[in-house]
Ligand binder design. Structure first.
Ligand SMILES: Cc1ncc(COP(=O)(O)O)c(C=O)c1O
Length: 452
C-alpha cells in the first residue's frame, strides 16, 4: 500500500503487486467510482505519482492515457489530468453513488430541539474565527486551563451579567461541550460531594435523566403545575428550566424561584433558551438570587446551533474543585477563541436579535394559524417551541403518514402524574422558506383531527 502526497493531493492507492499498470488502472477507477476522487479533482503529474509509487513514469503516463480514452479522466494541455466531470457516461462500472432520497426522512420537521440551522451566521462566524486565530497567542493552542480559555470566560462573564443577570466571575466559568456534557460533569461532581439524588422536572428530556443516572445519581421527579416546578425543600440537588420550562413552556413563579434558590440544596439552572423571550418581560437567571447554591448553565445550541457543541457553567466557588476534578476534557480552543471574538465583536447579540425577531414572528403565525381551529399554543411567548393541547396519537400517526415530523408531549413525560396530552411544536426548526408550508400542513392535519 502506498500513499502519495502529490500536488497537495493525498491519494491512497494500492500498487504493491507485480502488475503495477493494471493495479494503478484499477485503483484509479475504483477511487473515481466510489467517490474518493471527485469530478474535477486534479491528479498529480505522471512524474510525481511515479516517484511516489516507485514505478516507471511511462507506466503512469500510459495509465492516464488509457483512462482518458475510457472517459474516466480528462487531459488538458498545460493544466494536467483531472477526474472527468461527465460521470454519467463512464464506460465501466456503476455510477458513483449519489445519496438517494430517503422516503422515511420527513419533508417537514416540526420537532423541538434545533433552531433553524440554515440561519447559522456562517460569514460572521468565519470572520470571527479568522480574526481570533490570527490574534491568538501560541499559548492559546496548548492544553491550557481546565476551565477553558480565559478570554472566553471573561467575555462570557460580561455577556451573562449583561444579558441574563448572572453574577459571574470569569474564575468560576467552566466551558464544556454542550449542556449534556456539562450535566454529566455536574452529576459526577455532585456525586463526589456526597449528593446521591437529582430531582428533575416531571417533563423534560429523557436523555438528561439517563446522563444523571449513568453518572452516579438516582433520579426522582418533581411535579410541575401552571407556576412551574413545585418546590421540594428536601431535595439535595434539583435541575430546573426556570426561564421556560421544557417542554411545557411556563416560567417558574418568582416565589418558587426564591424558594428553590434558598432551600439550601444545589440547583442546576438549565437556561437553554433564556435569550428568546418575545413578550418584553424577560426573566433573568435565578442564579443571581443564590450564586452559592445555583449552577447556571447556558448553551450555544439554541442561540447558534447544536453542532457548535459549546456550553458554559457558572459554578459556585465551593463546587469549583469537584467540577474541575470531574471534567473530562472540554471544547476545542479554536472554537473557544472564535466564540470569544464572536461575542466581543457584537455578532452574537446581532444574531440573537435577528433570530428573536424571526422566531417571534413564527410563533405569532403558529398562534394565528391554529386559533381558528379552536386550539391555542400553551406557555409563554418564548423560545423555539410551543405546546398545543390536543389528542396525540391520531395526529402523530397522520403526521408520520404525511411526511411531517412531530413529537407528542407524552414522550417528554417521566412520571405517573405527568399525563397531559399534546403536541410539542418546534416552530424554529424548518428553514424560513419551508415554514409557511409546514404550518399549513400542520393545520390541515389538526383540522382533519377535528373532523374525526
Ligand atoms: C431543555 C434543554 N436543555 C438543554 C439543551 C441543550 O443541550 P446541548 O447544549 O447539550 O445541545 C436543550 C436542547 O435541545 C434543551 O432542550
Amino acid at each position: 500500500m502506498e500513499e502519495t502526497w502529490a500536488n497537495g493531493l493525498d491519494l491512497h492507492l494500492d500498487v504493491s503487486g507485480t502488475r503495477p499498470r493494471a493495479q494503478l488502472e484499477g485503483a484509479l477507477r475504483d477511487a473515481v467510482r466510489d467517490g474518493r476522487l471527485r469530478a474535477g479533482t486534479r491528479l498529480p503529474s505522471s512524474r510525481t505519482l511515479a516517484a511516489d509509487l516507485g514505478i516507471a513514469r511511462n507506466t503512469v503516463a500510459e495509465v492516464y492515457a488509457q483512462l482518458v480514452a475510457e472517459g474516466w479522466l480528462t487531459a488538458h494541455t498545460g493544466s494536467g489530468t483531472s477526474v472527468a466531470e461527465a460521470q454519467g457516461t463512464l464506460p465501466h462500472g456503476p455510477r458513483p453513488a449519489t445519496p438517494a432520497h430517503d422516503p422515511r426522512r420527513p419533508r417537514y420537521d416540526l420537532r423541538a430541539g434545533e433552531p433553524d440551522l440554515s440561519a447559522f451566521p456562517r460569514g460572521p462566524w468565519l470572520a470571527a474565527a479568522r480574526k481570533a486565530l490570527a490574534a491568538a497567542p501560541d499559548a492559546a493552542l496548548g492544553y491550557g486551563d481546565r476551565r477553558g480559555l480565559a478570554v472566553l470566560r471573561t467575555v462570557l462573564a460580561g455577556y451573562l451579567a449583561r444579558a441574563r443577570g448572572v453574577a459571574a466571575d470569569p474564575a468560576h466559568v467552566v466551558l464544556c461541550s454542550g449542556f449534556a456534557h456539562g450535566l454529566a460533569v455536574l452529576s459526577r461532581a455532585l456525586r463526589a460531594t456526597g449528593v446521591s439524588e437529582l430531582v428533575m422536572e416531571e417533563y423534560g428530556h429523557h436523555s438528561h435523566r439517563v446522563i444523571a443516572s449513568s453518572n452516579g445519581l438516582a433520579v426522582r421527579s418533581l411535579r410541575v403545575d401552571d407556576d412551574g416546578a413545585v418546590p421540594d425543600t428536601s431535595a439535595e440537588a434539583v435541575m430546573l428550566t426556570p426561564a421556560h420550562q421544557f417542554p411545557l413552556g411556563m416560567t417558574l413563579h418568582p416565589v418558587r424561584r426564591r424558594e428553590f434558590a434558598q432551600h439550601g440544596g444545589v440547583v442546576i439552572e438549565d437556561d437553554y433558551d433564556g435569550e428568546f423571550r418575545y413578550d418584553r418581560q424577560p426573566a433573568g437567571a435565578m442564579q443571581a438570587l443564590a450564586p452559592d447554591n445555583v449552577i447556571y448553565c447556558g448553551t450555544a445550541s439554541k442561540s447558534l446551533a447544536p453542532g457548535v457543541r459549546l456550553a458554559w457553567l457558572v459554578v459556585p466557588p465551593r463546587l469549583l474543585d469537584p467540577v474541575l476534578a470531574a471534567l473530562d476534557g472540554g471544547p476545542s480552543a479554536l472554537d473557544q477563541l472564535t466564540l470569544a471574538e464572536f461575542i466581543a465583536s457584537g455578532a452574537y447579540d446581532r444574531q440573537i436579535r435577528r433570530a428573536r425577531l424571526a422566531y417571534r414572528s413564527r410563533r405569532d403565525r403558529l398562534v394565528a394559524a391554529v386559533s381558528p381551529l379552536g386550539l391555542r399554543v400553551g406557555g409563554i411567548a418564548a423560545g423555539h417551541h410551543g405546546v398545543i393541547t390536543t389528542s396525540e396519537s391520531p395526529v402523530l400517526e397522520r403526521a408520520a403518514a404525511h411526511g411531517i415530523a412531530l413529537e407528542g408531549l407524552s414522550q417528554f413525560a417521566h412520571d405517573a402524574t405527568a399525563t397531559q396530552a399534546g403536541l410539542v411544536i418546534g416552530y424554529a426548526r424548518p428553514p424560513e422558506h419551508a415554514y409557511t408550508t409546514a404550518l399549513a400542513r400542520l393545520c390541515a392535519l389538526l383540522a382533519d383531527g377535528r373532523r374525526d
